[in-house]
Design a protein around this ligand. Structure first.
Ligand SMILES: *Cc1c(COP(=O)(O)O)cnc(C)c1O
Length: 380
């Protein structure tokens, strides 16, 4: 059986967790959390990093930091995970769904401006599969209309737009270390703040609305309730796990990249007329978070999933367009989102994880090829 995902362990996780436990400093913001913060700030040029207990939490922090309130409008793709928009809906925002682009599931930057109203406050681009949205266009629109940009970079660690790390371009960004992502801590995430003026308040919101972080740095002589907030910081046990992963980032990325290239190389000749391969725009890199194909129809995708399952291969589709979700469909008054719907029906993700072998990738691709031959001839 080839699963869709299998979390990779570097072997150091439990050693570091033991160290954290032995130090008897197991609540948040200890040695391992600081090491993680430093690593990300140095490697990717992020102004300020704060580990959180999830990407969802990081997005919720962003919504609080930007003072999102009832009636504000937030533009986000419909083809995304619920947390992208839930974080803002929680503050009372109205979500304005944008369509994906034709070439990949990222939101279509050329269709954003028509969605802007006097109530718009934030654009939330999602770098789907770790492939960059057109950030120059999005930042220019944001500047022109005085909007904030929060990158949902949950899938985008170690990926770039015109040489800049994803997550370093918007006012803020949110990453995930959920066990399905490239580097993991079980559950976990981080908020990146690129606009310095939000740093202080972010620390306060993350520490239950108190100025405890400033207190521990000796900047104030007592700490207390200074703002709204919640408990968004992870324990040192989670940071210790993450640090073991960070140390192996290059190794993890090299292997994932090799698997991704192998899929692409084998599937390219088979794809013609049968399915589309991922498109990486010139301005973007891949971080091999995911390998997906886009089939021609829902029928073809369903039958391919079943065929692969019969061979012990677990492939999975992805999001259901949020504007058609049970929670939102009655509230949605916008236009049809044809590309979002297309990815909902036709996109399929193939297994990709560190321990997957090149032989297994070849086996998966062979089975896709056999299926396509049968599907074309009407047998399937
Ligand atoms: C994984 C993911 C999230 C949520 O991450 P958590 O850490 O599980 O909260 C949000 N947005 C996108 C696009 C994701 O892929």
């Amino acid at each position: 059986m080839i699963p869709f995902n299998k979390p990779f362990l570097t072997g150091k996780e439990t050693d570091y967790i033991k160290d954290a436990v032995a130090s008897l400093k197991i609540s948040g913001d200890g040695v391992f959390t600081k090491k993680c913060h430093q690593f990300f700030e140095n490697k990717y040029g992020f102004k300020k990093v704060l580990l959180t207990t999830s990407c969802t939490d990081a997005l919720e922090m962003a919504a609080i930091l930007l003072d999102i309130k009832e009636g504000d409008e937030v533009i986000a793709p419909a083809y995304t995970f619920v947390s992208t928009v839930n974080a803002f809906a929680l503050r009372g925002a109205k979500i304005i769904f944008a369509d994906s682009s034709k070439e990949n599931p990222n939101l279509d930057a050329d269709k954003i401006e028509q969605l802007i109203t006097p109530k718009t406050k934030v654009i939330v681009p999602v770098h789907y599969a770790g492939i960059a949205c057109d950030m120059d266009k999005i930042m220019a629109i944001a500047k022109k209309h005085k909007l904030f940009v929060v990158e949902d970079a949950a899938q985008a660690i170690d990926s770039y737009y015109k040489g800049k790390a994803l997550g370093s371009i918007g006012h803020m960004s949110a990453f995930s270390f959920h066990e399905t992502k490239n580097i993991i801590s079980g559950e976990g995430g981080m908020l990146v703040i690129n606009d310095e003026k939000y740093v202080n308040r972010a620390e306060i919101i993350r520490e239950k609305g108190t100025n405890r972080s400033a207190f521990f740095r000796g900047e104030v002589d007592k700490y207390g309730w200074v703002d709204i907030g919640s408990s968004f910081l992870p324990s040192e046990i989670i940071a210790a796990f993450l640090y073991a992963q960070i140390e192996n980032l290059e190794k993890i990325q090299a292997k994932r990249g090799l698997l991704w290239e192998t899929y692409l190389g084998i599937l390219a000749p088979i794809s013609k007329g049968n399915f589309r391969l991922p498109v990486i725009p010139d301005f973007a890199t891949k971080n091999a978070h995911m390998f997906y194909i886009v089939l021609n129809s829902l029928d073809q995708r369903t039958k391919l999933i079943n065929h692969l399952r019969s061979k012990g291969i677990h492939s999975v589709f992805h999001y259901l367009s949020l504007h058609k979700s049970p929670f939102y469909k009655d509230k949605y008054k916008g236009a049809a989102l044809e590309h979002s719907d297309l990815y909902q029906d036709n996109l399929l993700r193939l297994p990709l994880y560190f321990d997957l072998t090149l032989n297994e990738v070849e086996f998966i691709c062979d089975e896709i090829m056999y299926f396509m031959e049968e599907y074309q001839s009407g047998i399937k």
